[in-house]
Design a protein. Structure first.
Ligand code: ASP
Length: 441
C-alpha cells in the first residue's frame, strides 16, 4: 500500500488533535489531563527540533560557504537576500495597513466588549510579561543590534538557541576563513562539516516520523488552553482582517514564485507544506527551521549555498506575517481606544513594524512584544498600553499560528528566488530516513 504523504499525515494529526481538545473541554478533568499527559509529547517534539537547529545551521552554513569557492558570490547572495527580505516585509505591512484602513475593525467594537476584555486581560500575566519584555528591549541604542550580532564567546553563542544571529555570524566568519586558507588545508574541516550536515538532516527525517503525533498533542493543548469563546467571537472582525492579509501574502508569494522562478506555485506550496503545518502547530519559525531547510533543499532543489544562509537569517529577521499583524493590530488598538492616528503615524508604523519584525524572536508570541514598541513609536499613551494589548490578547495564539506560517513561507519563497537569480537551483534529491537501513540492520 502506498504510504500516505507526510503533509496528509500531519494534517490528520492536527484535525484529530483539535477534535480531541474540544472533546476534552467538555469534561472538568479534560484540560488538566491534556496538559499533564498529552502536551508533553508536543513539547518533546519542539525540543528535538530546537536541539538540532544550531548544529544544522553550523554544519550547513559552513558547507554552503565552502562550496561557493568564491567570496564575491557570497556577498552577492547576502545583499540580494537582505534587499528582498526588506521588500517583502514592506509589501506585507502595506497590505496590512490598506486592509485595516478599509475595513476599520476597531470602529465596530463596543464599549462593553472593550471593558470586558480590559477586565479579563489587562492584569493577566501574559500581557504584563509582554510589556516588561518590551521595556527591556527598548532600553538599547540604535546600533545595539549590530553589537548583539557579534558574540564574545563562540561556545556560549552555540549554546543558546536565542542567539541565532550570533551563531550565523560566527559560522560565516569560520566559513570565509576556511575559503581563505585554501582548499587543501580546509579539506579535513570541510569533510567533518559535510558529514555532520548529512547526519543532522537525517535527524530531521527521524524527528519528522513523530510529527503527526506531536501536532496532535500541540493542537489539543492549544484548544484546551484557549480563552472564552465569546471574546474570541467579539474579535472576529479584527482577526478576519489579519487572516485576510495573511492569505493575500500567500497569494503574493505564489505570484512571486511563478514569475521569478517559473515554478508552479501549487507545487511549491505542496512541497513546503510540512514546514507550514509545523509552523502552524508550533508557532515558532525557529523550531520549524530544520524542516524548512530540509524541504527547500531536498524537495525543491535549492542549493545549500543559498538555503543555508537565506533560511536561518530569514527565520530570525524576515517575518512578513508578524509585521502585517503588527500593522493591523496597532491601527485596530488605536481606533478602538479612540487614539487619533495621522498619516505620519501610519508611515511610522511602516518603519517601526519593519524594524520590530526584524527584532522579533522566532518564538511563540514574540510579535506581540514588539507590537508594544510600534505602539509607543506612534505616541500611544503608555498608561493605556496594557489595555491595548488586552484587547487583542484573546486571539493572539491562533493569529500567531497563522502568521508563523506566513513567516516560514516568506523565507522559503525568498530562498527560491535568490537561488534562481544566482543560478543555484537544481533538481530535488529527496532522502528518506531508511535509505541506508539495510546496511546497518
Ligand atoms: N511566532 C512567530 C514566529 O516564530 C513570531 C511572532 O509573530 O510572534 O515566527
Amino acid at each position: 500500500m502506498r504510504k500516505l504523504e507526510l503533509h496528509w499525515q500531519i494534517l490528520i494529526g492536527m484535525v484529530a488533535g483539535i477534535l480531541f481538545g474540544f472533546i476534552m473541554t467538555l469534561f472538568d478533568w479534560g484540560p488538566k489531563f491534556v496538559q499533564d499527559w498529552i502536551n508533553p509529547l508536543g513539547t518533546i517534539f519542539v525540543k528535538l527540533l530546537k536541539l538540532i537547529a544550531i548544529p544544522l545551521i553550523l554544519a550547513s552554513l559552513v558547507k554552503g560557504i565552502s562550496d561557493l569557492k568564491d567570496i564575491s558570490k557570497f556577498r552577492n547572495i547576502g545583499l540580494r537576500t537582505i534587499a528582498i527580505y526588506i521588500a517583502t516585509t514592506i509589501v506585507a505591512i502595506t497590505i496590512g495597513l490598506v486592509l485595516v484602513n478599509l475595513i476599520k475593525p476597531g470602529n465596530g467594537i463596543s464599549e462593553e466588549t472593550i471593558a470586558k476584555l480590559t477586565e479579563t486581560y489587562s492584569t493577566d500575566s501574559g500581557v504584563t510579561s509582554k510589556l516588561e519584555e518590551a521595556s527591556r528591549q527598548k532600553q538599547s541604542g540604535p546600533l545595539q543590534f549590530l553589537e548583539d550580532m557579534v558574540p564574545d564567546n563562540a561556545f556560549a553563542a552555540l549554546g543558546d538557541n536565542s542567539l541565532m544571529l550570533q551563531v550565523i555570524f560566527f559560522t560565516i566568519f569560520l566559513g570565509i576563513s576556511m575559503l581563505l586558507i585554501g582548499e587543501k588545508s580546509a579539506k579535513p574541516l570541510k569533510k567533518f562539516f559535510d558529514s555532520l550536515n548529512e547526519v543532522v538532516l537525517k535527524m530531521v527525517d527521524l524527528i519528522m516520523l513523530t510529527a503527526p503525533i506531536a501536532v496532535f498533542a500541540l493542537l489539543a493543548n492549544v484548544v484546551v488552553s484557549s480563552g472564552d469563546p465569546d471574546l474570541l467571537l467579539a474579535l472576529l472582525k479584527y482577526s478576519g482582517v489579519v487572516v485576510l492579509g495573511l492569505l493575500l501574502m500567500i497569494v503574493f508569494y505564489s505570484i512571486v514564485v511563478a514569475s521569478f522562478s517559473r515554478y508552479n506555485p501549487l507545487t511549491f506550496l505542496s512541497k513546503i507544506s510540512p514546514a507550514q503545518l509545523l509552523a502552524f502547530s508550533t508557532s515558532s519559525s525557529a523550531a520549524t527551521l530544520p524542516v524548512t531547510m530540509e524541504r527547500v533543499e531536498e524537495h525543491i532543489g535549492v542549493h545549500k549555498e543559498v538555503s543555508s544562509f537565506v533560511l536561518p537569517v530569514g527565520a530570525t529577521i524576515n517575518m512578513d506575517g508578524t509585521s502585517l499583524y503588527q500593522a493591523v493590530a496597532a491601527v485596530f488598538i488605536a481606533e478602538a481606544l479612540n487614539f487619533d492616528l495621522t498619516l505620519a503615524g501610519q508611515l511610522t508604523i511602516v518603519l517601526t513594524a519593519l524594524l520590530a519584525s526584524i527584532g522579533s524572536a522566532a518564538v511563540p508570541g514574540a510579535g506581540m512584544v514588539m507590537l508594544v514598541i510600534v505602539l509607543e513609536a506612534i505616541g500611544f499613551p503608555p498608561d493605556k498600553l496594557a489595555i491595548g494589548l488586552a484587547l487583542i490578547f484573546a486571539v493572539d495564539r491562533p493569529l500567531d499560528m497563522l502568521r508563523t506560517v506566513v513567516n516560514v513561507t516568506g523565507d522559503a519563497t525568498v530562498a527560491m528566488i535568490v537561488a534562481k537569480s544566482v543560478g543555484k537551483m537544481g533538481e530535488p534529491k529527496v532522502k528518506n530516513w531508511d535509505d541506508h537501513l539495510e546496511e546497518v540492520k
